[in-house]
Design a binder for this molecule. Structure first.
Ligand SMILES: *Cc1c(COP(=O)(O)O)cnc(C)c1O
Length: 393
């Protein structure tokens, strides 16, 4: 049977793999050998499920948004990842990876972060598990994301401001990889999305797949059937989308709609629409689509939403787009902000700017009144209030 899941070598069609420096070879091989055994063990499953329930607050509700549904002429359910502890889906993955790190005997945790959301999630679980935590963050981002930096420090993490390159996410990632190369024995690298060398994209997708596992059960309760007609999610690296579609990926009854960040418009040079603009290359140890110039230099991406301005995309999603399994829309800043205000006024839910991109994509599809749509609200908008308020000034 045709599948859109990863193959044995860590590829999704043409995309994926593990392109890493020689010195990390053993480290990544150990991880490849360990991750499925651990994730499928009863002991891991039990501890992961318990923490997701009591610490994160899962299952997250599946909410039938009545007024939003009326507006778009279908039945729209919101998967409320915004109600998780720390305000987004990233905690699901961070908990899973820390439990894996402990089982592999690692004592030190490193992570990279752009906007700081993944850094905060990682620092949170390190506090919970009493583990040393170092977070690499570009100096530009440290200045832009002051509150998240303070949160990480309060949680006990060391924040390393990276001063190479443009001093943003790409540079922080290079620095984290450099650290990993220097301490492969005791250090575990927590990657925050479905990116990086195999097995990270598959591992992160599996850890986030609790989202679609819950959707299946919750749809039966609401609608008497376990699948929707449409799934909507935003894509930065792809983890909330991967979790949303995981158990439906090979079910062709379910249409998949992904929203990437168009920024100021894909033709303006200020965009993070990797699927529309990217060409094949290697980033963070993975072969995927990358926004790059003619010399193959990675172009600095732009989006109003800090969580979506990644110059690459998870290999799973690159393949879904190439195979036409998913429809992908580039959503511009103004469309995302408008959609955020719309959800706020119709439903009393202020979404994260990232999630607002998925909401804006509702406008791109023509629905039937009987269509059942599930849209993942990946995070809450508290962190984005200033951006929302300043946008129309
Ligand atoms: C980080 C983040 C994203 C983008 O990351 P994915 O791995 O693509 O899910 C989306 N929404 C929120 C709220 C985030 O914090």
């Amino acid at each position: 049977m045709k599948t859109y899941q990863v193959n044995q070598d860590g590829y999704y069609g043409d995309f994926g793999g593990a392109y890493i420096p020689e010195i990390l070879h053993q480290c990544v091989k150990d991880l490849q050998d360990a991750y499925l055994k651990v994730l499928e063990s009863d002991d891991f499953k039990k501890e992961f499920a318990q923490l997701l329930k009591d610490y994160v607050g899962r299952p997250s509700p599946l909410y039938l948004a009545q007024r939003l549904s009326e507006k778009y002429g279908c039945r729209i359910y919101l998967k409320r990842e915004d109600l998780n502890h720390t305000g987004a889906h990233k905690i699901n993955n961070a908990i899973g990876q820390i439990l894996l790190a402990r089982r592999m005997g690692k004592t030190r945790i490193i992570a990279e972060t752009g906007a700081g959301q993944h850094g905060v999630a990682t620092a949170t679980v390190c506090a919970l598990m009493n583990m040393e935590c170092v977070v690499y963050m570009g100096k530009t981002d440290v200045a832009r994301q002051h509150v998240n930096v303070e949160k990480m420090k309060m949680l006990g993490a060391k924040v390393e401001a990276v001063t190479s390159g443009n001093m943003t996410l790409k540079d922080a990632t290079n620095e984290a990889i450099r650290d990993w190369c220097c301490h492969p024995e005791n250090t575990y690298y927590v990657i925050g999305s479905t990116v990086g060398p195999h097995p990270y994209p598959d591992m992160v997708a599996r850890l986030q797949s609790v989202i679609s596992e819950e959707i299946k059960k919750q749809l039966v309760e609401h609608e008497g059937r376990d699948y929707p007609d449409y799934l909507f999610a935003c894509v930065g690296g792809g983890s909330n989308a991967a979790g949303t579609i995981y158990h439906y990926i090979d079910d062709e009854r379910v249409k998949i709609v992904l929203a990437e960040a168009g920024g100021k418009g894909i033709e303006t040079g200020m965009s993070a629409a990797t699927i529309q603009l990217g060409r094949l290359g290697i980033i963070h140890g993975s072969k995927t689509l990358i926004i790059q110039d003619e010399d193959g230099q990675i172009t600095e991406p732009y989006s109003i939403s800090a969580g979506l301005d990644y110059p690459g995309i998870g290999p799973m999603h690159a393949n879904l787009a190439k195979q036409h399994r998913a429809s992908v829309f580039a959503i511009n800043d103004d469309e995302a902000v408008k959609a955020a205000y719309e959800l706020t006024r119709l439903e009393g839910i202020i979404p994260a700017l990232e999630s607002a991109h998925a909401l804006a994509a509702l406008d791109k599809v023509k629905f039937k009144p009987t269509d059942i749509v599930v849209l993942t609200v990946s995070g809450r908008g508290d962190k984005d209030i200033e951006t929302y308020l300043n946008y129309y000034k």
